[in-house]
Design a protein around this ligand. Structure first.
Ligand code: FE
Ligand code: CA
Length: 544
């Protein structure tokens, strides 16, 4: 992308104003007359965000958090059910060159969230946006559209992150990511954790389980209040998928996880969690598909999509939770941190078990074929094909030496589905596949193999699974010998929190696996745990 470097002043302003109410910098157009709102009641304290960009559209997001909704409702609206929120889009952060403006409605039915799906925008452009209610103005956000498919691009920088357990560390990672000159963030899941919360590391207070709409909304409000997270949302658009903790640990599709709050109906809880997720993310309204097929079918919120970025890459954003079949042998094999010995689990090799659900599997195979065909027909095809999903993809035998032991609910418990995905990749002959994952709270880098049991089988692509922003991982000792046991992986950092920066160009991809020196400190330093380069067409990880 033609990268617009941030002026120092602009970066400072974004960092300073994110999450705070700022004075107006330009004239607001035709504000509806409204009752005055107390200036000390910051309705925008949950921040602003943008996301799901295409070459012609982007979603702007905020969620109002009035201190006293009832009173202000009456004051503002009388009998009207929703609060009008003005939004504005401009070419510059001073809003002197106004491009677009309008009014959206924040409804209590959707947690006072605002989702503005802007369409018919110019491709490959940076924009600035802000919101206003009454006399209150939000921080200024920056977002961008993608280059048109096939458009020539020099390069693009993507931040990849997952797993921000607010109870397990400070979020210095978000602070450092603001300096990475990114074009977008890809977030791979565990945006919140539903567990009872202790309220450590500066995050508000203790709470019980998140298990119904109000408690999920409250959990998001606590997470969203963090200034560094808000600043990262305000700086670039995000592309999102989810994992289990947006609802419940280790849930799969319509199947509840092992232990949770007692007496809660899982189907209802799932519907509430999905609604709260939508309310808090910069997703288009069209992604909320509840009611089309009913709760029991498992189709509530459509995440999976293909995004094409100029001549540089396709991003296949995948959903590995919503349509997932129940994992094998969860109740009989719980020794050793949820790890299963295949020999002790009759259901282990049932190939029909799906991680993505059959519909998404078929969609992915079909889209990979389309992408490959476009590639062969067009010299300006996207060079790279990124597959972004929740968790570690390659086989990971946790039992060093004799015997095997696997996490039951990762891809190792869904080997038939993993094989189908690898076959779809191989058959499509799509160029330069790169798998991205999260969930395991460790950095891993390695190779996609046609058959993980045979180290000499064809190498189909690369894998980078990113560590967590703050969620706890393993120690070096825990993972001793795992790289030798699983030779398709070439790197593992188990004991550091951080994120990954991908820099893509038409000829090269580089991955910088970033790590914090101490997640228990808000002012932790960041360093590169490892750096890899890949030449287009090579499928070889070079260090450096
Ligand atoms: Fe996690
Ligand atoms: Ca072994």
């Amino acid at each position: 992308m033609s990268h617009v470097p941030l002026a120092t002043r602009r970066a400072a302003m974004l960092a300073m104003t994110a999450g705070a109410t700022v004075a107006l910098m330009g004239q607001w157009p035709s504000a509806r007359s409204q009752a005055p709102i107390r200036a000390n009641d910051d309705w925008f304290r949950l921040g602003i965000a943008s996301g799901t960009p295409t070459d012609s559209s982007v979603v702007l997001w905020t969620r109002l958090a009035p201190a006293d909704t009832t009173q202000l409702h009456r004051a503002l609206m009388g009998a009207e059910p929703a609060i009008p929120v003005q939004w504005e889009l401009a070419d510059d952060e001073w809003f002197t060159n106004n491009r677009r403006q309008g009014t959206a409605f924040a409804s209590p039915d959707l947690g006072y969230s605002v989702h503005v799906n802007l369409t018919a925008l110019a491709p490959d452009r940076w924009y600035f946006y802000r919101f206003r209610v009454g006399d209150l103005t939000s921080a200024v956000g920056r977002t961008r559209t993608l280059p048109a498919p096939g458009a020539a691009m020099g390069g693009c920088r993507i931040g990849v992150a997952s797993c921000q357990n607010a109870d397990q560390g400070h979020w210095a990672a978000w602070h450092h990511m603001q300096n990475e000159q990114l074009d977008a963030v890809v977030f791979l899941g565990d945006y919140i954790y539903e567990y009872p919360m202790l309220g450590r590391f500066g995050h508000a207070r203790s709470l019980g389980w998140a298990y119904h709409l109000d408690s999920y909304r409250e959990r998001y409000a606590i997470y969203k209040a963090h200034p560094a997270l808000q600043a990262m949302h305000a700086q670039v658009p995000w592309l999102l998928t989810w994992d289990d903790h947006e609802l419940h640990n280790d849930y799969a599709g319509i199947h509840a996880g092992l232990s949770g709050p007692p007496g809660v109906d899982f189907a209802l809880r799932r519907a509430h969690a999905y609604q709260a997720y939508y309310e808090n993310m910069p997703l288009p309204l069209a992604s909320l598909t509840r009611g089309l097929q009913g709760l029991a079918s498992g189709a509530d919120l459509r995440h999976y999509r293909r995004i094409t970025v100029g001549n540089l890459f396709n991003l296949f954003l995948l959903d590995g939770r919503q349509y997932k079949d129940a994992p094998p042998c969860t109740l009989t094999e719980r020794r050793g941190k949820s790890r299963v010995e295949p020999s002790q689990c009759a259901a282990w090799n049932q190939a029909q078990r799906s991680m993505l659900g059959l519909q998404q599997e078929q969609w992915l195979a079909q889209q990979l074929g389309v992408a490959a065909k476009e590639g062969s027909a067009n010299s300006s095809r996207p060079v790279w094909n990124l597959l972004a999903q929740g968790t570690l993809f390659g086989k990971r035998d946790n039992q060093v030496g004799e015997g095997e032991r696997y996490f039951y609910e990762g891809w190792d418990g869904y080997d038939g589905a993993r094989t189908r995905l690898l076959q779809a990749l191989a058959q499509s002959r799509v160029s330069n596949p790169v798998m991205l994952g999260g969930d395991v709270h460790e950095h891993w880098a390695g190779y996609l193999k046609a058959d993980y049991q045979r180290p000499n089988s064809a190498t189909l692509g690369l894998e980078f699974t990113t560590t967590s922003i703050s969620s706890r991982g393993n120690s070096q000792a825990d993972n001793a010998g795992l790289l030798d046991e699983n030779p398709h992986f070439v790197h593992n950092t188990p004991d550091r929190r951080g994120y990954t920066v991908l820099h893509l160009s038409p000829t090269r991809l580089s991955a910088d696996l970033k790590a914090l020196d101490d997640v228990t400190r808000p002012d932790a330093n960041i360093y590169s745990a490892a750096k890899f380069r890949v030449q287009a067409g090579q499928k070889v990880l070079e260090v450096g």
